[in-house]
Design a protein around this ligand. Structure first.
Ligand code: SF4
Ligand code: SF4
Length: 105
């Protein structure tokens, strides 16, 4: 599987020297294009760790889930809050489920 990057939401991480998604990808697969938007170099090399999904403050990155987990075309997205991360599972039929993970006591 791989990630899907929404260029309408990606702001290139503003003034940051190195974008958050670029910084965390363990495979060095992400980079910024000439329009200051994130891109993935080689989708086949993505091992679905979701680090970039979690890190993006713009919710610009979605992870395609394997069909056996969420059904064909389902995606996972994350929204960072002060004390938690909200993971959102979306299926192609419109079904949506959220999971909250606390990050602070
Ligand atoms: S972390 Fe999000 S906003 Fe920043 S460059 Fe990556 S996709 Fe764009
Ligand atoms: S899911 Fe993991 S391996 Fe794939 S692009 Fe994102 S950070 Fe890199």
């Amino acid at each position: 599987m791989a990630v899907k990057i929404n260029h309408k939401l990606c702001n290139g991480c503003g003034q940051r020297e190195k974008s958050l998604c670029v910084r965390v990808c363990p495979g060095n697969l992400l980079y910024k294009n000439e329009d200051n938007k994130a891109e993935i170099r080689e989708k086949r090399d993505c091992w679905d760790c979701a680090a970039c999904v979690k890190e993006c403050l713009q919710q610009a990155i979605e992870l395609y889930l394997p069909a056996e987990i969420g059904g064909r075309g389902s995606t996972l997205q994350a929204e960072q809050k002060k004390d938690k991360i909200i993971w959102q599972l979306k299926k192609v039929d419109g079904f949506c489920e959220e999971f909250e993970i606390k990050t602070e006591e």
